[in-house]
Design a protein around this ligand. Structure first.
Ligand code: ATP
Ligand code: MG
Length: 138
């Protein structure tokens, strides 16, 4: 059984897509084992996306991530890191497969509705960034 961190980004929350995203997880046998709403500070967003700090889009991305509330969740299931990435679709929504969250709802490469961890190591770091052990249902 694997865990991954999912974020419904401020564009998804602002456009009332929380239910839509969660519905897709539950319909695909992905279990939510922790969930809360957070309004990140600029510093928290920078820490979360620290791997991207040298990228040209870093400042804009971290401004966006702290522009409003986001929903952070720990998802659990078999192979859930890859399965969540499949449900999300490609980073650039124009290249995302039909029926994916990003293809259906993203409005730019930056404002792409959801985040999902991309590997077991990043999942462990990202889950620990937002949740302690008592907040994750076992
Ligand atoms: P995430 O980490 O949010 O799940 P991802 O793994 O698909 O997305 P990354 O390469 O990790 O993509 O980029 C992190 C986020 O930075 C993207 O989801 C997007 O919001 C933003 N981003 C990525 N590339 C660009 C770009 N070229 N221009 C603007 N924003 C970008
Ligand atoms: Mg990423």
């Amino acid at each position: 059984m694997e865990q991954t961190l999912s974020i419904i980004k401020p564009d998804g929350v602002g456009r009332a897509l929380i239910g839509e995203v969660i519905k897709r997880f539950e319909a695909n046998d992905i279990k939510i084992v922790a969930m809360k709403m957070v309004h990140m500070s600029k510093q928290q967003a920078e820490g979360f996306y620290a791997v991207h700090r040298e990228r040209p889009f870093f400042n804009s991305l971290t401004d966006f991530m702290c522009s409003g509330p986001a929903v952070v969740m720990v998802l659990e299931g078999e192979n859930v890191i890859a399965r969540n990435r499949d449900l999300m679709g490609a980073t650039n929504y124009e290249e995302a497969a039909a029926g994916t969250i990003r293809k259906d709802f993203a409005t730019s490469i930056e404002r792409n509705i959801v985040h999902g961890s991309d590997a077991p190591e990043t999942a462990a770091f990202e889950i620990g960034y937002f949740f302690n052990a008592f907040e994750i249902m076992s």
